[in-house]
Write a protein that binds this ligand. Sequence first.
Ligand SMILES: C[S@@+](CC[C@H](N)C(=O)[O-])C[C@H]1O[C@@H](n2cnc3c(N)ncnc32)[C@H](O)[C@@H]1O
Length: 248
Amino acid sequence: MDVKSSVGLYWDRRSQTYDRNVYKSQSAAEHFWKSILKTEIGTEKNLNILDVGTGTGFLALLFAELGHKVTGIDISKGMLEKSRYNAERLSLTVNFMHGDAENLPFDDRSFDIVMNRYLLWTLPDPKTAVNEWSRVVKSGGKLILIDGRWHDPAIHMRLRRFLGSIIVFLTEKRNPGMFTSHYATIKDQLPFFNGITPNGVVDLFTEVGLKKITVNNLEKLRAFETKNRPLSYKIANKPYLFLALGEK
Ligand SMILES: C[S@@+](CC[C@H](N)C(=O)[O-])C[C@H]1O[C@@H](n2cnc3c(N)ncnc32)[C@H](O)[C@@H]1O
């Protein structure tokens, strides 16, 4: 099986439990996310926005709630099923589509804003992806990327992840070993599997010709997460989120 099919298969399986914890803890932080998004994109309404690797639709639904026209695309049909369910539950309209972040089915300059959260680490060809995201942004539009460092290979962080996974098993009633065993076979083909630094993203953005590049370390959100994340996540990784923005 090729690497992308394997990634899709993992997220199809993970879709059954993703919202069980991730979505709940994220919705507690929802007002932080909304204020972050408003700060970064301004108060203009009805922008045409693409959320790449939308998952269960967290960002896409926030944007829809803020009054924008949103498309969410994902490689996993299982995750898309959940995103559609979430949209219905919240009475929000988002165009959720199946597709590949590295080969988007959109014309050049289709969107005012293209964004993604927690996606880059699981792509086999991040450079192609960023190029593709930039291609579909209008001139003067923005590309926003939110990521962090999830799989720090340092020995003490491995130990913390192991302890975190025991707590996940007990509290979320899911097998965290599914992630480790599934990604073990493909992680060497994912250049940013261990995470990417803000400088790394700035380099990628610069290479595709984006301008006015800024990085926001999301300090308030990190502080909130440090206090409020479920114990398993607190143990497994330190909040190391950042948001990078570039203009076309
Ligand atoms: C960690 S989840 C993040 C989901 C969502 N963005 C969020 O913030 O909750 C990664 C998502 O990226 C999707 N994904 C992975 N590779 C992809 C690809 N090549 N094209 C589109 N989506 C992809 C997965 O199916 C999964 O839904």
